[in-house]
Design a protein. Structure first.
Length: 385
């Protein structure tokens, strides 16, 4: 859900697009993996009748809290090739809150740079969503792959991603160049198509209706404009056709990915196809230069700051409260004050924060309390449900 008035963590998000317009924070960048069955879809017509199931928000319904660090670059994510001695080194990192969303597409761009003239095996560094999708695409191109990683799912940053399909907080609005726009659009379009063919229980991909709301008129931001055709049934919702306590509401349909299920399925596919996974940390570029593979693809996310000296990379912390699951709640929303909610099989996810430069990936009780109370007030204002 991070879409329409100023980006940050939402698809169609009002008041939430710090990445795009003027410093507001965003939606669905972080959440936890789930293992339960995906909830059955509710007919979209219910929303048109002006009523949606109400989320039951209360402190005693919080089953866990979580915080994670998004690897953010104000000028956008890096997909670039360079020489490392006799090796070809390709970078694929820095996706902010858009890692799950862009993974297949950004990895496609990286693999296209890495494989021309390739002979023999390919090394991929990192086993988050970028590393796993990159490795799988290398295999599909017909080359053996070895993943080198310090951590495997569920211990990766990607496991704490929200999984809503929208490239959230991937670039500062005033840093959006034509070259980066083209890179973003290419990655987003490929990823959008790839996720659609994975829809279903096995990979944890499903469609969900998204709502954003505001006291102000919702207007598209730069990324919204670039990708407008990827959000079907996007439209304004009349006041009598929704329950939200705000005058301006917009909806669109989009995909949501359960990171835990998706990453487990990807790792399984890679292993079945003969991929090797080696647990080892990298402390310097010299460690990479010592690898036996002639082609290396770097998918280390925030780790590229120290490993490759990328001073532009910064952590952006997101904190979440997870409520007991409510299978009847099958929609997502973003609201003023940086609030966002989406329902998953493993719980109802409440956010959010967008804290630049914070290095500690731990939730803070006072921030969690603010998030919970903000959502309690929002749903207390529902006109139905």
């Amino acid at each position: 859900m991070k879409r329409l008035i100023a980006q940050a963590d939402s698809r169609i998000a009002p008041a939430r697009r710090q990445v795009l317009a003027a410093g507001t924070a965003g939606l669905a960048a972080l959440a936890l993996p789930g293992c339960a069955t995906l909830p059955a879809a509710r007919p979209h017509g219910a929303a048109q009748r002006g009523c949606l199931p109400r989320v039951n928000v209360a402190p005693d319904r919080v089953i866990r809290t979580v915080a994670g660090l998004r690897p953010y670059r104000p000028s956008g994510f890096v997909v670039r090739a360079e020489a490392l001695g006799a090796k070809r080194l390709v970078h694929n990192y820095g996706h902010g809150g858009g890692g799950i969303t862009l993974s297949w597409g950004s990895s496609r761009l990286a693999v296209d740079l890495a494989l021309p003239g390739q002979q023999g095996g390919v090394a991929v560094i990192g086993a988050g969503v970028m590393g796993l999708t990159t490795a799988r695409l290398v295999q599909e191109a017909g080359f053996p792959v070895t993943i080198y990683t310090a951590k495997l799912p569920p211990e990766t940053t990607s496991n704490i991603a929200g999984g809503q399909w929208f490239p959230s907080s991937v670039v500062d609005g005033d840093r959006l160049t034509p070259a980066f726009s083209a890179q973003l659009v290419a990655a987003a379009r490929y990823a959008y198509r790839r996720y659609q063919i994975l829809a279903g229980e096995e990979y944890g991909v499903r469609w969900m209706r998204n709502y954003s709301m505001s006291n102000r008129l919702l207007t598209p931001g730069p990324i919204d404009t670039l990708l407008m055709d990827l959000f079907p049934e996007a439209k304004e919702v009349a006041a009598g056709d929704h329950p939200f306590p705000y005058p301006n509401v917009r909806q669109f349909d989009g995909m949501i990915v359960d990171p835990g299920r998706f990453l487990r399925a990807l790792e399984r596919d890679i292993r079945i196809a003969g991929g090797r996974i080696v647990i080892r940390p990298f402390h310097s570029v010299d460690d990479i230069a010592a690898l036996p593979e002639a082609t290396v693809i770097n998918c280390t996310g925030l780790g590229s700051r120290a490993l490759f000296g990328d001073a532009e990379l910064e952590p952006v912390r997101g904190q979440l409260a997870v409520l007991l699951p409510q299978p009847e709640v099958d929609y997502a929303l973003s609201a003023p004050g940086g609030l966002y909610m989406f329902s998953r099989a493993d719980g109802v996810i409440l956010g959010g924060t967008h804290e630049h430069g914070v290095e500690l990936a731990e939730p803070e009780p006072e921030t969690i309390a603010r998030i919970v109370e903000g959502h309690r007030k929002l749903f207390a204002g529902f006109r139905c449900g």
